[in-house]
Each structure stands twice: as C-alpha cells, then as structure tokens.
Design a protein around this ligand. Structure first.
Ligand SMILES: [Zn+2]
Length: 494
C-alpha cells in the first residue's frame, strides 16, 4: 500500500468529524474543480461572515496548510442542512445540492443589498455549475406543444432498463431479470448477502484502492460474493456508461396511463411525448446517479449496485466534457457506508500559454481523497472500483466543459500565485501563516515529548502531564504530526 502524506501529494485531507465523509468527499470534489476553486480564492470578501467566506477560508487552508489534514468544524456547522442529524451518515448528493443552493441564495441576497455595484447578474454558483434544461411536451392527440425552461446545478440520472441499452428486439425476460432490476427486487439470497439494513463497515473499502491497479485476479475473490454481481458479470457487455444514462435521461418519454398529460387545448388528459434538452451547458456538469430507491420492507433507501462505466470524455451535443471528480459511495444504503472521492485538476483547455501548460501537466494526476488521507491514484483505478469492490460505486460525477469561454483570467490580479491559484487576501494569509507556525510548535512539542519519554523510559522516570497534551480532536492518521510531518517543512510557502 502506498500511503503518502501531504508532502508527497501536496494535497490536504479533511478530518472526519463523525460520519462527515459525505461532506468531506463533496468539499474535495469542489476544491478540485479548479476554476471554481480559483474564483472562490480570489473573491474579495473582507469583513464578510458569509458561507462563501467560510468556504474561501476552508479552500485557503486546504491549499496552503502544512498539516496533513484539516478539521472543517466551522464550515460543517455553517453548511449542515438543518434536517441532517449530526454524527449520522447522510446523502452526499443532497448535501451538495443544499450547499450550492445556499451559496447561490446568499450571493443573490448580498447582490440585492448592494445593487448599484453588481454588473454581473449571475452568481458564482450559476456561472460555474448552472445550466438550463428545456422540457417540451407534445400532446399526441392535437400535436400542440408546451415548453418550459428550468435552471439546474446537477442532473439526476436514472438507471435505464436493459431494453434501452440494446436493440428493443433483444430485451427478453432473461436479461431484464438478471441485470438491471432494482436492488430491492433481487433474489432473496442475494438480498441477504447485501446485508441487514446497516451491516456496513468502513474498513476495507479503500485500503487497497491505490495498490496495484493491475489485479484482475481479484475478480476471482469476488466470485460468489453476490449472485447479483455474478449475473452482472455474465451480462458484462451490458454495463451501461454514463453516456447511456445521459442519453436515457434525454430520450423522449411517453406520458400515458396514470401519467397522462393535461392538454390545455384538448382540455383533457391525453397521451403525450415529453422531451428534455440541455440548452445551456454548465462549466461544470454535476451528475448524480440515482442509486437509491426506497425499500418499504426494510424502511431504508436501498442501493442499486450496478456498475457504470465512466468515460473520461463525455460528448454532449455541442461541447465535450472531461471527467474531473468522482464521489464514490461504499455500502448498500444511503444511511450507512462511507464516501470518498477521486479527483484531478481540470481546467478549460484554452489557448496555449504557460498557465495552461501547467494546468495540462496537473490534470494528469489523479488523487484519492479518503477523509484525512490523500494518495496518488490513476484513472485505471477509478474505472475498476466496482469490479474490485462490488459495494463501492460511483455516485456523483463532476465533468468540466472543454472550452475556455469562462476560464479563470490569470492576469486579473498580481501577487504570489501558487500552482496556478491566485494569491490570498492578507488576513487569510496571516491566519494560515499563524496556524502553520502553531503546527511547527506542535511538532516541536511532540518531538520534545517523545525525547523526554524515551529518556524517562530509560531511567524509569515518568513526567506528569505530557500524555494529556495530545489534542483530542486530532485523532486518526493526521494526529500527532508524526510520519511525513517533518518532511513538509521545506514546502513552507510564506
Ligand atoms: Zn391536445
């Protein structure tokens, strides 16, 4: 296993504050949305106590702290949806949607208060994640159409029935019962293997992920773990891709039966055809795979464990998108399990220049963010998650539009640029410098304590109090500043 601290990856982990991996995984995905991060870091929010300011503070620490992991306590308290119970597992997609909505509404309110000096009407969230969908409904009786436009910040993609993946002729009963039925309806024995409602442990989910990516032999081990998994392998050629799911989302749908459409012209319920079209493409396209369906027997939202292949490049009708982050859910229901993220730096591939060469170089590296731990990984590992760990499935995806219309203007500010990120405002820089000094002191204290303990062990003298000096909050791999801690000193930026 290759476990690297911040010194090796240059990235900072996030300490788990008690089942907060749903937040940590999403924050790392947002942080790695390079253009978004750079916009957030360059905002002038002096004296502001907004949620955006707290996100800026968090991003600044993630970018510049010398610590291996940061505890996002203030941000967690400020961004937790009121209906989320503290210390319990939550849906990371729901959290992400709530967070983006809060940031958007807050900026709108602040803009309204100072309307005179706000030439840009769209909020940062709209500029980065906002897209527009057009829904057209055509009455199949009178052929009249009605249209509606809707803004979105993410698209929720349902799993398509097998018939829509292949030619319709091919959709015998056999395929539809073997592969893509909802998890709640799988044969009894495989449901049992899927576990009681909550028998999911975190250990073992990611510890081997960054190990040898080339381990097809693992599929031998997985064999027989789950009937469902086996049947999936049998119909392996049917593994849908995100492109299939997106096409299914955009495919015309017939509204009939209980779902009939009320046509104004006919003044009655009619069969109708509904079509959705993306008419404004967001800079970052966030896709949530609708994996959770309510299971009335178990009173939980059960998970569809189907594997989905992730194209590195997603071809939308007008622009290609490239994969930037993948938030993985490990477990069998949304109320349990664990989240972690794969991500890399991707910016719009614009005209060549020093900045873009640096960005292109940075985009080759993939990182695995698992709470406090950050390790190097590869796209190959990302692709193989589910085949190696059947309960670990891609859940929320970030794709970056490949053009440069909204790229970050690197000439807009002067000062110290680090890895292409804009310089920080003075008060933020001061806060980080202060904390980095504190961290060095903690390391010194810990080294001195160890030395004393070593000395006392050899002459059987125990100094009082030293054992209580460990901060209680810094449990986990980040605690104590040991390991790679000292080697990070050379990276001090300020
Ligand atoms: Zn009609």
């Amino acid at each position: 296993m290759r476990l690297s601290g911040k010194s090796e990856t240059g990235k900072t982990g996030l300490i788990n504050l008690g089942n907060t991996c749903y937040m940590n995984s999403v924050i790392q995905a947002l942080f790695m949305a390079t253009d978004f991060r750079r916009h957030v870091l360059s905002l002038n929010l002096n004296g502001c106590n907004s949620l955006m300011r707290k996100l800026q503070h968090l991003f600044a620490f993630l970018a510049h702290t010398q610590r291996e992991a940061y505890a996002p306590r203030i941000f967690f308290e400020a961004s937790r949806p009121p209906w989320f119970t503290p210390r319990s597992q939550q849906d990371c997609s729901e959290y992400l949607r709530f967070l983006l909505d809060r940031l958007h509404e807050e900026e709108k309110t602040l803009k309204a208060l100072s309307s005179a000096k706000a030439p840009e009407k769209r909020t940062l969230i709209e500029k980065m994640f906002g897209g527009k969908l057009k829904t057209t409904i055509c009455c199949l009786n009178c052929k009249s159409t009605s249209q509606k436009e809707e803004a979105f910040t993410d698209l929720s993609l349902a799993f398509c029935p097998p018939a829509s993946l292949e030619n319709v002729d091919d959709c015998g009963v056999e395929t539809s019962t073997s592969a893509t039925i909802p998890a709640g309806e799988t044969p009894l024995n495989s449901v049992e293997i899927n576990g009681g409602c909550d028998a999911v442990t975190n250990e073992g989910t990611t510890k081997d992920l960054s190990a040898e990516p080339n381990s097809e032999t693992n599929s031998e081990l997985n064999k027989g773990q789950e009937n469902r998994d086996m049947s999936q392998r049998l119909v392996g050629k049917n593994t849908p891709s995100v492109t299939d799911l997106l096409n299914y989302f955009l495919a015309p749908e017939i509204l009939s039966g209980d779902n009939k459409y009320y046509c104004e012209k006919c003044a009655s319920l009619q069969n109708a055809e509904k079509t959705m079209q993306i008419i404004e493409e967001p800079e970052y396209l966030i896709l949530t795979l609708l994996r959770f369906s309510y299971d009335p027997k178990c009173h939980i939202r059960r998970k569809i464990l189907d594997n989905v292949s992730l194209p590195l490049v997603l071809e939308l009708p007008l622009v290609p998108y490239t994969l930037s982050s993948v938030v993985v859910h490990s477990g069998v229901s949304s109320e349990s399990g664990h989240y972690y993220s794969y991500a890399r730096n991707v910016t719009g591939s614009g005209p060549s220049g020093l900045q873009n060469e640096l960005d292109a170089e940075m985009s080759k590296e993939w990182f695995l963010f698992n709470d406090s731990r950050v390790t190097f990984t590869s796209f190959q590992s990302v692709q193989k998650i589910t085949s190696r760990f059947p309960k670990d499935t891609a859940y929320v995806l970030f794709y970056k539009k490949q053009n440069n219309t909204c790229g970050f203007n690197t000439n807009s500010a002067n000062g110290l640029w680090v890895n292409g990120d804009p310089p920080l405002q003075k008060d933020l820089m001061d806060a980080i410098t202060k904390d980095n000094k504190l961290y060095l002191q903690e390391q010194e204290l810990s080294a001195r304590t160890q030395a004393l303990q070593a000395a006392s062990a050899s002459c059987s003298f125990r100094p009082n109090g030293f054992d209580d000096n460990d901060p209680p909050g810094s449990c986990g791999p980040a605690g104590g500043g040991g390991g790679g801690g000292f080697s990070t000193v050379g990276r001090l930026v300020f």
